[in-house]
Write a protein that binds this ligand. Sequence first.
Ligand code: TYD
Length: 151
Amino acid sequence: MIQQLPWREIQFPTHKDARGSLTMAQAGPQGLVPFEIKRTYALHNLDGRLGRGSHATFHTQQVLIPLAGGFMARVTDGQTWRTFELNQRPFNYEITGLYIGSGVWRELADFMPGTVILVLSDTYYEDADYVRDWESFMDRVVHGEGGKPSE
Ligand code: TYD
């Protein structure tokens, strides 16, 4: 059986004409976002020397969409690590986003100057859904010790 990894790049289509570009992300049967969107936020004014993330979520799924600039994302399910380079170049036809499923540890770093990342999420913000240290991630998320917080 081929097991699907809980992360993947998503190419968001762009309508480009002389006036500029319009890129669309939507959920539902016609869309590429694999969940109903309850929350959206942006990461901006980022310091290229500092990382973000370093956490996992029990339930929350997300899609990270670089609207400007670029960054590196490292993700792991506790076994496999994968690194993605997500750049939005000025003349890119499409925008490549990164889907990150629940139970995935992520580290974001190497932000280019002017980077803006739009994040789509399928939950309302709830701090109890976040695991912010590596040992708890391995114990609680990967090995399922102590149970999950309720959805
Ligand atoms: P944090 O999870 O550390 O950001 P990142 O994932 O980029 O490393 O969140 C930073 C702060 O913002 C923290 O105090 C929690 C708060 N926050 C909200 O209030 N709502 C949200 O939707 C998110 C993602 C964070």
